[in-house]
Ligand binder design. Sequence first.
Ligand code: FAD
Length: 303
Amino acid sequence: MHDVVIIGAGPAGLSAAFWCDELGLDTLLLEKSESAGGQLHSIYNPINNYLGLTAANGAELLDRFSSGIESADFDLWTEAEIESVDVNAKRIRLRNGEEVKSIALIIATGVRRRKLGIPGEEEFAGRGIIESGARDRDKLAGKDVCIVGGGDAAAENALLLSGVCPTVTLVHRGSSLRARREFTEKLQSVHCITVFKEATVQRILGGDRVEGVEILRTQAIKPFQMAVEGVLIRIGVQPNTELIAEQLNVDERGYLLTDAHYETNVSNVFAVGDVSNPLAPTIGGATGAGATAAKVIATRLNR
Ligand SMILES: Cc1cc2nc3c(=O)[nH]c(=O)nc-3n(C[C@H](O)[C@H](O)[C@H](O)COP(=O)(O)OP(=O)(O)OC[C@H]3O[C@@H](n4cnc5c(N)ncnc54)[C@H](O)[C@@H]3O)c2cc1C
C-alpha cells in the first residue's frame, strides 16, 4: 500500500513525485515508456519560456529535471503496462500480474498526437512521415513536403521547412487557418509555400518510402495526387484517458475535469498536466499542477 501512485512520468508526474517525496509521502511513479520525460522527448527547439531555465531542447531540460530529482526517494517503474485502474478503490492492475494500491492517485498521462487514420499513415511511419520539422530539417533539404494541419505547429513547421525544401504544401480542412497571425502573415509572403484550405489528405502514397499524397478539395468530386517525399501531420492532440475516462468526469474531448486543486470528481484522485489542461498546456503549468496535488494530499494525510 503506497500513499500515492502517480501514472505518467512527464513534467507533471515527475514534479508530483518530487513533491510527494519532499513531503514525506511513500510514492510510486508508473511510466509506460522506457524512460521518463513525456513530451520533452519530442521538443527539438530551444525552450526559453520556463522561468529561470533555458535549454537547447526538451532532452536538455529533462537532464536538468533529472539532476534536480536525483536524490529524491520515490520508486519509478518504467515500461509499466497498466491493464486496469479502479479509481474508487485506487487499485491498479499491471499486465505482468502485479497489483498496486494507494491512498491517493495522481493521473499525469498527458496527451498524444492525433492521427489522420488514413491509408499509408502507419505503413510509412519513419519512412517519409516526419516526426519533427526541426529535427528532420537537414534530412528534408531539397525534398518537396506536405504538412497536414492549420494550427501553430503546422504553420511553424511550414515556415521552418520552407528554408530548405523547394515546395511546402499545407493542407487544412477548415476555411481559415487557426495559427496565430504572426505565422499566417509570414506564410503568405513565402513563395514556395502553398496553402490548400478546405482540403483533406485522403491517402499517403509510395513504395518503400513516401512518394506522394492524394488530396481532396471539399468542392471537388475527384481527388488529385501530388508528389512529395515527406509528410508531417500536425492536427492536434488528444488526452491519454482511455484507462479511466469512463470512471471520471471528462469534457467533450475526453480531458479530465478537476477543481482548483486538480482533484477529479472522485475523492483523492487528481489529474495534473496536459491531461486536464486543454486550454493552456505548458511545462510550467504541468509542474505546478503536480506540486499542488502533492501538497493537497500531504495536507490531508497530515504530513
Ligand atoms: C514540439 C513541442 C514543443 C513544446 N514546446 C513547449 C515550450 O516551449 N514550452 C512549454 O511550456 N511547453 C511546451 N510544450 C508542451 C509541454 O511539453 C507539455 O505541456 C508538457 O510536456 C506536459 O507535461 P505532462 O506531464 O502533463 O504530459 P506529457 O509530457 O505528455 O507526459 C505524459 C507521460 O505519461 C505517460 N503515459 C501516458 N499514458 C500512460 C499510461 N497508461 N501508463 C503509464 N504512463 C502513461 C506518457 O508516456 C508520458 O511519459 C511543447 C510540446 C511539444 C510536443
